[in-house]
Write a protein that binds this ligand. Structure first.
Ligand SMILES: CC(C)(COP(=O)(O)OP(=O)(O)OC[C@H]1O[C@@H](n2cnc3c(N)ncnc32)[C@H](O)[C@@H]1OP(=O)(O)O)[C@@H](O)C(=O)NCCC(=O)NCCS
Length: 177
């Protein structure tokens, strides 16, 4: 496959990424998660870029942007769970949260997500971070994807958008659900 993973550059990629988010929303109405200000281009740009990322990448397939992923410092909902009893199995390393992960519906199931995810996971491993992420339980495609990538289910929590599953890259034990 001809897909390349490259660093995100807003001037080059932002408009195409927002177009993709609109398309993703048509096929996955729960994604991105609802925000109070609705789903205009400015709101989506703010959702995408309005927080500090440790790194951001896009997938480019034959010159067209096909997906996005980033790594951040962990959000409070994850550090709260990580510091709760029983979470010492997540490992000793600091956490890097993988998020804002989506692939154009036209390119899904062609391996683009795997390439993006491998890039993010190799970044966390190289930075001595344990990759973690939260996914709402109803995001069936994403849950199937993370299980296929060998991520471990380490916790669950009730978030504003429903029950979340927390997956970690290494050092954790699966929990029974
Ligand atoms: C999750 C997502 C990014 C996966 O991207 P993708 O490019 O389709 O994933 P890949 O093609 O690399 O899939 C790799 C493997 O994951 C699993 N997988 C991916 N999508 C799946 C689906 N819809 N159903 C079952 N398994 C799936 C499969 O095992 C697949 O391998 P296979 O196609 O050889 O069987 C994509 O479905 C998406 O953008 N979903 C909407 C947004 C979202 O939910 N993001 C995550 C929020 S936490």
């Amino acid at each position: 496959m001809s897909t390349e993973i490259v660093d995100f550059v807003a001037e080059k990629h932002l408009e195409q990424i927002i177009d993709i988010l609109f398309d993703v929303r048509k096929s996955d109405p729960g994604y991105p998660p609802p925000v109070d200000s609705g789903f205009g281009r400015d709101t989506l740009a703010e959702w995408l870029l309005g927080e500090h990322s440790l790194a951001r990448w896009v997938a480019v397939d034959k010159g067209r942007v096909a997906g996005f992923i980033h790594v951040t410092n962990p959000h409070k909902y994850l550090t709260d769970v990580a510091h709760s009893p029983g979470s010492e199995d997540w490992g000793e390393s600091p956490l890097g949260e993988i998020g804002k992960f989506f692939v154009s519906p036209h390119s899904q199931r062609t391996g683009v997500g795997k390439l993006l995810f491998e890039k993010a996971r190799s970044f966390t491993r190289g930075s001595q971070l344990t990759a973690v992420l939260a996914v709402v339980v109803t995001s069936e495609k994403a849950v199937a994807f993370y299980q296929k990538q060998g991520m471990r289910l380490v916790a669950t929590f009730q978030g504003v958008h429903g029950e979340n599953l927390v997956y970690a890259d290494a050092g954790g034990e699966s929990v029974d659900r």
